[in-house]
Write a protein that binds this ligand. Structure first.
Ligand SMILES: Cc1cc2nc3c(=O)[nH]c(=O)nc-3n(C[C@H](O)[C@H](O)[C@H](O)COP(=O)(O)OP(=O)(O)OC[C@H]3O[C@@H](n4cnc5c(N)ncnc54)[C@H](O)[C@@H]3O)c2cc1C
Length: 354
């Protein structure tokens, strides 16, 4: 529970002087994501920068230092009957709030509860000049110009070291139930979209190993009434299933084969690739395991109205994120220059050219 921002600032100023690159890390639970870290970069550790700065359960707002483990935050929230509605995936107990925002990771409830990006109200950030800046605020209604806080979602630390995050928290749903039934992949996209389109308390829709899983959460009466109307068996271990999916602990995610993440239109036909698939977010997030050519797989994702990234495994010295058009590359380079003029943070981690 300590404020380490002065030490972090000092290390950044020193690095700038010495032209030393910095790799923002801690437990490194998400070291497998992005491109391989620059081996010449020195670690800028958020390990000591932890603790809850403010928590107002009545206002549903929490501010925490970026190195605070997600597990610690969730325990404190649970004591007040609250949670992080974006269901952050954790790849170990060391997973932090900063790393979760930097990697823009959200769990199965994402289409209904929003992403981590949507829950962020404000941040503090150490930029490449060692300036400790504050963006956004700590209130829900926040119209303070361009939203730099949300820009950090998915930047993978390339714009600076996030030191503090204010975010919305939500009550834990009163009741939850999971319905499961067998369904071939050819039918499941239409089915999940149809269910998601009904005004029912749905908070999860996934297809795993030939079965479709729907989660209902909210008031007990609404959950039970919907379960009676819809098809599918009530699953006893429903919560366990969603947690396994959230933290990518299902057998599908085990093994060495490259893991591709498609972020596509929810109603799009599945890309024609032979091999195992797992579908989440009512069709918007699709996981594929297998060897594939990046250029070819990108074309498939674009046809499905979205993008693809090499999430885990494969060649991580080449590009792993979906190719960006020239105009977007120019904007991203300008943003990088204004936050980190000497390019010291996480060189090449997101794209080879950034
Ligand atoms: C009390 C305590 C002690 C700890 N001690 C140690 C220790 O001794 N050794 C150790 O290795 N870990 C330690 N940790 C763990 C460490 O601080 C965090 O686990 C680490 O930051 C985990 O990050 P992550 O796994 O969420 O993301 P990571 O895998 O570290 O990072 C994922 C991506 O996000 C970026 N990123 C991460 N954090 C930020 C940020 N704040 N701002 C901008 N970009 C960011 C990274 O550069 C990377 O691109 C400790 C944690 C605590 C709470």
């Amino acid at each position: 529970m300590a404020d380490d921002s002065e030490a972090l600032k000092k290390q950044i100023l020193n690095a700038r002087k010495k032209h030393q690159k910095l790799n923002i890390v801690g437990g490194g639970t998400k070291g497998f994501m992005g491109r391989t870290a620059d081996s010449d970069a020195e670690a800028l550790s958020l390990a000591e920068h932890t603790g809850i700065v403010e928590y107002h359960p009545v206002e549903l707002i929490m501010t925490a230092r970026a190195g605070t483990p997600i597990s610690v935050i969730e325990t404190i929230l649970a004591e007040e009957g609250q949670c992080l509605h974006f269901e952050p995936p954790r790849f170990g107990d060391a997973s932090t709030l900063g790393g979760t925002l930097a990697c823009n990771l959200s769990g199965p409830a994402r289409p209904w509860s929003g992403s981590v990006r949507d829950q962020v109200l404000g941040i503090r950030l150490l930029n490449g000049k060692g300036e400790h800046l504050r963006f956004g605020g700590q209130v829900m209604k926040n119209v303070a110009g361009y939203d730099v806080s949300r820009l950090q979602a998915g930047a993978m630390g390339t714009l600076g070291a996030i030191t503090e995050i204010s975010l919305k928290v939500m009550p834990i749903p009163a009741s939850s139930m999971t319905l499961v039934e067998e369904m071939p992949i050819e039918d499941v996209i239409r089915y999940m979209n149809q269910r998601a389109g009904e005004s029912k308390p749905i908070t999860g829709a996934a297809w795993v190993d030939g079965k479709v899983y729907l989660r209902l959460s909210g008031a007990k009466s609404a959950v039970e009434a919907t379960a009676e109307k819809w098809t599918g068996e009530v699953m006893e271990q429903g919560e366990e299933f969603w947690q396994q999916l959230q933290h990518m602990q299902h057998d599908f995610f085990a093994g060495d084969e490259p893991l591709w993440r498609f972020s596509v239109g929810s109603t799009a036909a599945n890309p024609e690739l032979d091999g195992p698939w797992l579908i989440d977010w009512a069709g918007s997030q699709r996981w594929y395991r297998g060897e594939a050519d990046m250029a070819q797989i990108e074309t498939m994702a674009q046809r499905a109205g979205g993008q693809v990234s090499l999430f885990r495994g494969g060649d991580r010295s080449d590009e792993v994120m979906h190719h960006q058009p020239q105009a977007l590359q120019t904007i991203q380079k300008r943003l990088k220059e204004s936050f980190d003029p000497d390019g010291i943070f996480n060189p090449g981690r997101l794209y080879s050219w950034l």
